[in-house]
Design a protein around this ligand. Structure first.
Ligand code: ZN
Length: 328
């Protein structure tokens, strides 16, 4: 399919005098990934042309600013990264858009930065790498707590989607993975971390307060679609109830969108469409953590989608949600 819009495509920032390997993993396999993270206009664009990706909304690689302990430093970093991304986008505005990086350590600063990114830089939304740390390294702050309500009010007011992207749990809290490092990150831990965060947002009544708020999850919903029935069924029997007005599936189907990033599985796609409906699913690759042809060729050929549905998921839904009128 030509004309696809891709939504979970990452970049890395490199200051002129900085050794970026300090902030990336050191494994051999990361040398090529790191190079691709820092490339915007060569291999990335060539791959996009070859595999029918017309437009990509780019985001900083995880955990990025969310791992910075000092709120002031996080705010300065976010500003620098967003300005950098805006410059790269401006060189190819027909091909790239930008997701705002937000200093969630300080909800007020995050709201201010999002407002600046949307109004001044023209970004169509934000992508945040899961919980934030603050002050101490073993801190884990999720955004369902009351401190973040003014931030969510700003997101609702700006009427832009919020992409909740995974990150690994902090080392100090990673005991369930002891002895099993292969489960720690994208193989399993990413989905555990991101799905619990999403369900916490629902259970905090966030979407009762802001019914128009829209959150995006990658990886075909971080395993939530498979358990939607069970979530509703079991939570309905919790002795003292749960505080939100509707079952969790109601909010998932009214306030959440999911993308195909990094999960190129026909059965998982079928399950996600069955639970969420075709209008809440969008195309993404998770480049360069995944190679572009793997995501694009699977999507172009999967028998789960009719040609009409492929257009809807591959382009139309994203154009509508991110108000990219020129792609409609
Ligand atoms: Zn990703």
């Amino acid at each position: 399919m030509q004309g696809k819009i891709a939504l979970e495509e990452h970049f890395a920032y490199k200051a002129p005098d900085e050794d970026i390997t300090r902030r990336l993993q050191h494994a051999e396999s990361w040398i090529e990934t790191s190079r691709r993270l820092m490339d915007f206009h060569d291999d990335r664009l060539r791959d996009m042309d070859e595999f029918g990706v017309e437009y990509a909304i780019l985001s900083l690689n995880a955990p990025a600013v969310q791992a910075v302990l000092d709120p002031k430093e996080a705010a300065e970093d976010a500003r620098r990264y967003n300005d950098f991304l805006a410059e790269e986008v401006a060189r190819q505005p027909d091909r790239f858009g930008g997701f705002a990086t937000l200093p969630m350590q300080d909800p007020e600063a995050a709201a201010e930065e999002l407002t600046r990114c949307v109004k001044d830089l023209g970004f169509p939304g934000a992508l945040v790498n899961g919980f934030t740390q603050r002050d101490v390294s073993d801190s884990v702050i999720y955004y369902d707590i009351p401190e973040y309500r003014p931030f969510w009010a700003a997101v609702a007011e700006l009427d832009v989607p919020f992409y909740l992207h995974p990150r690994t749990i902090v080392r100090e809290r990673a005991q369930p993975y002891d002895g099993h490092p292969w489960l720690y990150s994208s193989g399993w831990g990413f989905a555990v971390e991101t799905s619990i965060h999403m369900l916490r947002l629902i259970g905090s009544c966030l979407f009762d307060e802001f019914p128009r708020l829209q959150v995006v999850l990658g990886h075909l919903g971080e395993r939530i679609p498979f358990d939607m029935w069970r979530l509703d069924n079991r939570i309905a029997r919790v002795p003292h109830g749960y505080p939100a007005k509707h079952p969790m599936s109601h909010y998932l189907r009214n306030n959440v969108h999911m993308t195909t990033s990094g999960n190129f599985s026909d059965p998982a796609l079928r399950c996600t469409i069955s639970e969420m409906g075709i209008d809440r699913l969008m195309f993404a690759i998770d480049y360069p953590m995944e190679v572009m042809n793997a995501g694009a060729e699977w999507f172009d050929g999967t028998p789960v989608l009719s040609e009409e549905e492929r257009q809807i998921v591959g382009r139309t839904n994203a154009a509508r949600l991110f108000k990219l009128e020129r792609f409609l």
